[in-house]
Each structure stands twice: as structure tokens, then as C-alpha cells.
Design a protein around this ligand. Structure first.
Ligand code: E4P
Length: 218
């Protein structure tokens, strides 16, 4: 399973990247707005720090402009993945960019039908938003399970399932069980993944017992 961080905060990205467990980054226009930075410069900086795919989203809604934006974003760095919304224009853009060997992440996916369209258009990633589905009373994790089943029925579907809009550590476990290829996780949740009271308790006991031996490793 690959592990992406879902943020445009460069300091958080650097900190998490130093842990050695990061495979990539996803950003979106809302996260970029929150960062208060110049979008293209920010993507360039993230791409230098992270040795893996960095999703940068187009903001045009019509194919012609979307495509031009995608080409421009793809030129920022080799590891840029162009993010397009799951609309007719987005799918056309995905097909055209993919044909040029530019990686595309199709975002805002809320159904299996949409995931089929993204795979048909040669998307590198499909991003089902599980948290936002849960928010409207649906089951986001079930969508990941469904897409996994559908994609595994067809050898020509090479699109990776990138579980997005993850809201809890439970979600992370569930999408891993469902077989998502990637989970993109907000930094706050990553901290949570480390935590278990028995780890703290166990470590405290080990260190107390070690002290009694009066030995040193170094
Ligand atoms: C994924 O690429 C999106 O940036 C993200 O996961 C959206 O999550 P949200 O629903 O918490 O905004």
C-alpha cells in the first residue's frame, strides 16, 4: 500500500517525508488556498522534497483550458500528477493527457460508474472521497470495495485506487483491508496512527527494567 499525505503545508510535508514512510502528496485548491502560497512555486517546492507523485489540480472547467493547465502543471516537475475533476471535460482531459504519458489523478469520485469512466480514460489514479460520502449518509468504504472488485475484473484497467477524504484511523484500516492501492491521509491523522496506550505503557516498563541493569548500549 502506498501512503500519501493530503496537505499543501510544506513544513508538514518535510516533517512527514523525514519519517521515510511517504510515497506521495495530494493537494487541492482548498488546501492551496489555506497555505497562502503561490500555487506553482509551492508545487515545485513539494516536488523537490518528495520523491513520488505530487497531485496538482487544474481549476478550469472547460476541456481546452483544462488541458492547457494540465500541460503547464506537468512541466513544473517530472513527479507532478495532474488532478482533474470527474466531469465530461475532466475525463476528456484525462484521456488526452494520459495519451501524452502525463499521469492523471481523477478527483471527486463518488460512484463506481465514475470510477469506470476514469479507468476507461487511462487515469493513473481514481480518488473516491470516502469521508464526504459518509457525510451524506452513504458508506464511503463500500465504494472502495466496489471499485476494487470492478477493476480486478478487467486486466486492461490499470488505474490505481487512491482513497481520499479520509477522516479517521478506522478509515485507514478499512481502506487497507478493502485493498486500496493508496491512502491519502491528513497530517493530523498520521500522528494518530502511531498512538496506542499499550505501546506507551510497555515502553515505560521496558525502560524502567533496563535502568535496573545499569548497562548501556552505547
Ligand atoms: C484528495 O485528493 C482530496 O484532497 C482530499 O482527500 C479531500 O478531503 P476532504 O473531504 O477532507 O476535503
Amino acid at each position: 500500500m502506498e501512503f500519501f499525505v493530503d496537505t499543501a503545508d510544506i513544513n508538514e510535508i518535510k516533517r512527514i517525508n523525514n519519517m521515510g514512510i511517504l510515497d506521495g502528496v495530494t493537494t487541492n485548491p482548498s488546501l492551496v488556498a489555506k497555505s497562502n502560497k503561490n500555487f506553482k512555486q509551492l508545487i515545485k517546492e513539494i516536488c523537490k522534497v518528495v520523491n513520488g507523485p505530487v497531485s496538482a489540480e487544474v481549476t478550469a472547467t472547460k476541456f481546452e483550458e483544462m488541458y492547457k493547465e494540465g500541460i503547464k502543471l506537468s512541466k513544473i516537475a517530472k513527479n507532478v500528477v495532474v488532478k482533474v475533476p470527474l466531469t465530461v471535460d475532466g475525463i476528456i482531459t484525462c484521456k488526452k493527457l494520459s495519451k501524452k504519458n502525463i499521469g492523471v489523478n481523477v478527483t471527486l469520485c463518488f460512484s463506481s460508474n465514475q470510477a469506470i469512466l476514469a479507468a476507461k480514460a487511462g487515469a493513473k489514479y481514481i480518488s473516491p472521497f470516502i469521508g464526504r460520502l459518509d457525510d451524506v449518509g452513504k458508506n464511503g468504504v463500500s465504494l472502495i470495495e466496489e471499485i476494487k472488485k470492478i477493476y480486478s475484473n478487467y486486466k486492461n484497467f490499470k488505474t490505481k485506487i487512491l482513497a481520499a477524504s479520509i477522516r479517521s484511523t478506522k478509515h485507514i484500516e478499512q481502506v487497507a483491508i478493502a485493498g486500496a492501492d493508496v491512502a491519502t491521509v491528513p497530517p493530523k491523522l498520521l500522528e494518530e496512527m502511531f498512538k496506542h496506550p499499550l505501546t506507551n505503557k510497555g515502553l515505560k516498563m521496558f525502560l524502567e527494567d533496563w535502568k535496573k541493569t545499569k548497562q548501556k548500549i552505547l
